[in-house]
Design a protein around this ligand. Structure first.
Ligand SMILES: Cc1cc2nc3c(=O)[nH]c(=O)nc-3n(C[C@H](O)[C@H](O)[C@H](O)COP(=O)(O)OP(=O)(O)OC[C@H]3O[C@@H](n4cnc5c(N)ncnc54)[C@H](O)[C@@H]3O)c2cc1C
Length: 474
């Protein structure tokens, strides 16, 4: 284990951010050596918590001079090994940069710092009758900086879109220490390349986001929630297609397979149905009349497509219990075995039934346990494998199973990741999706902005097609 950062450099960081905001004890380094992704771990050399953009600039300027890798980190809830420091260096935390800087009710925008917790933003605007729709299931812990950098989606993605649809402007520190401002409070702005869109979803590999101006919309005044149960996955999938074909775009259209429902029920005991093969959680929001009309039609479509039971949430409390049951799917599954690997293979929504069937077949072929839930409305599935990292032979089968799942989703017109990002974990598979020319363009962008490769190195681009850096540095 070689420390690449000298004491003199550490001292410079301390002078910039204060001694309490620069940590390099073994305990601290170990704490930031992993994130929510199973099977990936790598040690940073130092963890720094700047208090403002100026301190970020000063830290980055030193890193640039000495070619020190920088790993920006929100809450570390990403599921693609996006914050494991593959080449050591600095982990940058934004715990002090978590403020709401400006709410502009005339332009319907909010400007925030990257360390703000997603739910704090949502609650703040909803209390003012405004709405920020992106709602990843991790919203109680994830940060806006992480959401922006992964372009996170959530339960409301089908109707309202994902994080990128709400980003209007950014302040970002480039790997040289220079600061750029993109976009702004402008509904229209076509001045040059769209750098805002380039930075959203760039997984900390191009720049450090230090401020974001986000678009708000009026809060829907009314909402209804139902749970529909089906004897077969096909019935549930056909229901999804039929609802959309009826020109209804529900606010939420979530899918859980029998195994997932069973585990959530064991975990939460809220009376979820465990006798059916598939469950849809469906919500609509908007003006009362419109919502009632849509929900009546949805009810009818569910019945026509073989729903064996439909439950109405009578109160907001009941609705929230159903929503949080779905949000807790991963936590519930994670209790079953030592290691949980959650993927987000995504297919066109017309391909949900074939994909779910394929996942089942592949799990049987490799004799591994995989349960599936996800955002049925947008084809974003979460095949979740329950396994044990210590069992090398089983892990090999798990890896093969996921490779086949990625292949299958691309074959069905889908992608290797709908919302979790590429990170280190899926970097060996990126070329399958974007092709050789796509890789060349992406690499050219990376090299133009970060020629020294100090921004989150080892992420997005794999060194070779099948390279996985497991448990290095430690
Ligand atoms: C239980 C659970 C449920 C989840 N549900 C969802 C879901 O429904 N939808 C979904 O999309 N994802 C989901 N995720 C994945 C994860 O929560 C999201 O990717 C989230 O946006 C990560 O936020 P974070 O603050 O934890 O970021 P981190 O994990 O710390 O970082 C994520 C990426 O952003 C980069 N980054 C962080 N801050 C900055 C910054 N200021 N500037 C530049 N780069 C930065 C990091 O380098 C890294 O590449 C879930 C995860 C868990 C554990």
């Amino acid at each position: 284990m070689i420390l690449i950062i000298s004491d003199t450099i550490i001292q410079s960081f301390i002078e910039i951010c204060g001694v309490e905001n620069v940590q390099n004890s073994t305990a601290a380094r170990l704490a930031y050596s992993y994130d929510a992704t199973a099977n990936f771990q790598a040690l940073p050399d130092v963890i720094i918590s700047p208090r403002n953009s100026e301190e970020v600039v000063a830290v980055v300027t030193i890193c640039s001079e000495y070619r020190i890798p920088i790993v920006p980190r929100g809450s570390g809830t990403n599921l693609s090994a996006g914050t494991t420091p593959t080449s050591g260096g600095v982990v940058l935390l934004f715990k002090h940069m978590n403020q709401i800087l400006d709410l502009d009710e005339e332009n319907l925008t909010i400007t925030v710092q990257p360390g703000l917790i997603t739910k704090s933003l949502i609650d703040y605007v909803e209390a003012r009758n405004l709405f920020y729709p992106p709602d990843p299931s991790s919203l109680k812990i994830s940060t806006i900086g992480g959401n922006l950098s992964e372009n996170s989606g959530g339960l409301r993605g089908l109707k309202y879109g994902v994080t990128k649809d709400y980003v209007m402007g950014l302040e970002a520190v480039l790997p040289t220490g220079e600061v750029i401002r993109t976009g702004g409070k402008l509904a229209k702005d076509v001045a040059g390349y769209d750098l805002t869109s380039l930075l959203v979803g760039s997984e900390g590999t191009l720049a450090i986001i230090t401020e974001a101006t986000l678009r708000l919309i009026p809060k829907p005044s009314y909402k209804e929630t139902i749970l529909a149960m089906f004897a077969s996955i096909e019935d549930a999938a056909e229901t999804v297609s039929a609802i959309l074909a009826a020109r209804i775009i529900p606010a939420t259209l979530e899918f859980m397979d029998q195994g997932t429902v069973q585990v959530i029920e064991d975990y939460k005991q809220i009376g979820l149905p465990i006798h059916c093969e598939a469950v849809l959680l469906i919500e609509q929001d908007g003006a009362v009349e419109g919502v009632r009309q849509d929900m009546e039609q949805i009810y009818e479509i569910c019945s026509q497509h073989g729903a064996i039971e439909i439950r109405n949430a009578e109160t907001e409390q009941e609705a929230e219990a159903l929503r949080s049951a779905r949000r807790d799917a991963l936590s519930a599954l994670a209790k079953l075995r030592p290691t949980t690997i959650l993927e987000d293979a995504t297919v066109p929504r017309s391909m949900i039934a074939p994909m779910v069937r394929e996942i089942k077949r592949i799990a049987m072929k490799y004799d591994v346990t995989i349960q599936t839930f996800g955002h049925a409305g947008d084809g974003n599935l979460h095949p979740t494998c329950l396994t044990d990292l210590r069992d090398k032979e089983e892990m090999e089968r798990v890896e093969k199973a996921f490779e086949e799942i990625f292949h299958k989703s691309i074959e069905l017109g889908g992608t290797i990741t709908g919302e979790h990002g590429v990170g280190e974990m899926k970097s060996p598979y990126l070329e399958w999706k974007v092709g050789e020319a796509g890789m060349l363009v992406m690499k050219a962008i990376k090299t133009a902005i970060d020629p020294q490769n100090i921004m989150n190195p080892g992420k997005v681009f794999a060194k070779s097609t099948k390279e996985r850096l497991v448990m290095h540095h430690v």
